[in-house]
Design a protein around this ligand. Structure first.
Ligand code: PLP
Length: 378
């Protein structure tokens, strides 16, 4: 079963073409990319890698996997690299022979798409506007209990579980985070029930204390997804990885196309992981700019700002707002913002805004304030 097309942020090339303008004339708030990136060390490493483009890349990306293994204190055979984490998300339902996925939403749409492409069902367990999109941990826990009770009966009849629970942490587009403790509690139940838990940590480098990655060696039904795209500001390079039990990772690696991670991406990855100063600078920048941006956004009449833990903020709009009109108006002013209505399960009009440099952030706040004042949302 093939799903409907997924809409993503970061459509700067398409919008520039449609409006007859250059890509450089836009400030992109729609794709949640670290404004400090890509690190200079990554650009240097890619330049140095140029002469090697006459050879195939190392298909096992040994050096980068070893480097990541050391960084996380895990074994290199528990890591699979992909051409962006979206490549890994695509093959996950196939690799785990999933028939059913429960997705904590509203969230990144590729889990749903990948489940459908693999012929599996997708059910969203939704956070609500009323609860400021607090992750639905209680609901997930009750759901796992119910599945467990049912699956014990199925197991007695020789059945086997093909079910996974997907949690994006911190979640996009809502920006809400689940503590490692709370996720660990859910994981224990999931493991007992014989299900899988997939945690997408694409944005976790902005709040690393909530990561479960260090626990991977003791959690054989846990899979963690990581991306270089957001934190290292390198969406064009395409690099992500998955961490899990070695036997599961071996299955996933067998399903990946050969050489899907280029030599440039591998070299860029090693340089990025080695760049401790860039990481510290990025976390510090976000810790300073996020509260300032949120405070200013809260002053805009008509916006309801959802608490945020990563490098973007979700702003709910008045319920009568036609989001698409507002998004087009902003684009004509050179400001790309993400319409959240394309995420399954969103009931309220809302925008997702990447946190960028203070001057850019002030510009988007000013434009939003003006648009809402002038009825640009009606
Ligand atoms: C939550 C989340 N996970 C994963 C991805 C995929 O990232 P990439 O394929 O660039 O690594 C994205 C991209 O938007 C995302 O928002």
């Amino acid at each position: 079963m093939v799903t409907r097309p997924v809409v993503h942020g970061g459509q700067v090339h398409q919008v520039a073409k449609a409006l007859g303008r250059s890509v450089d004339s836009f400030i992109d708030f729609s794709a949640s990319i670290n404004p400090l990136g890509p690190p200079a060390s990554v650009l240097r490493a890619m330049q140095a890698a140029l002469p090697a483009c006459g050879h195939y890349p190392d298909p096992s990306a040994e050096e980068l996997r070893m480097r990541l293994a050391k960084e996380h204190g895990i074994s290199s055979d528990s890591i699979a690299l992909g051409n962006g984490s979206s490549e890994l998300i695509r093959i996950l339902p196939l690799a785990l022979s999933l028939r059913q996925g429960y997705v904590a939403g509203p969230t990144f749409m590729e889990y749903e798409a990948s489940l459908h492409i693999a012929g599996a069902r997708c059910t969203h367990v939704l956070a609500t506007s009323g609860e400021k999109y607090a992750p639905p941990m209680e609901e997930l826990s009750l759901l796992v209990d119910a599945i467990h009770a049912g699956s014990q009966k199925a197991a007695r009849r020789g059945g086997e579980s093909h079910t996974a629970v997907f949690v994006c942490n911190p979640n996009s587009p809502t920006g809400r985070v689940v503590t490692a403790r709370s996720l660990r509690t859910l994981y224990r139940k999931i493991e007992e029930a014989g299900l899988w838990m997939v945690v997408d940590e694409a944005f976790i480098d902005f709040c690393p204390s909530h990561s479960l990655i260090k626990e991977i060696s003791n959690a054989r039904r846990l899979l963690i997804l990581r991306s270089f795209t957001k934190f290292y500001g390198m969406p064009g390079i395409r690099l992500g990885y998955l961490v899990g039990a070695p036997e599961t990772v071996a299955t996933i690696r067998r399903l990946l196309p050969p050489w899907s991670v280029s030599h440039f991406a591998q070299e860029a990855g090693v340089a990025a992981v080695d760049d401790v100063r860039y990481r510290q600078r990025s976390v510090k920048f976000m810790q300073q700019e996020r509260p300032r941006f949120i405070k200013r956004l809260r002053e805009v009449p008509g916006l309801r700002i959802i608490p945020a833990s990563a490098n973007f903020v979700m702003a709910e709009l008045p319920s009568t707002c036609v989001t698409a009109g507002l998004v087009s108006r902003m684009a004509r002013q050179g400001l790309l913002v993400r319409d959240c209505q394309t995420f399954s399960g969103m009931t309220q009009p809302a925008l997702r805004l990447a946190i960028r440099h203070p001057r850019d952030n002030n510009r988007v706040i000013h434009a939003l304030k003006k648009a809402l004042r002038e009825g640009g949302c009606d």
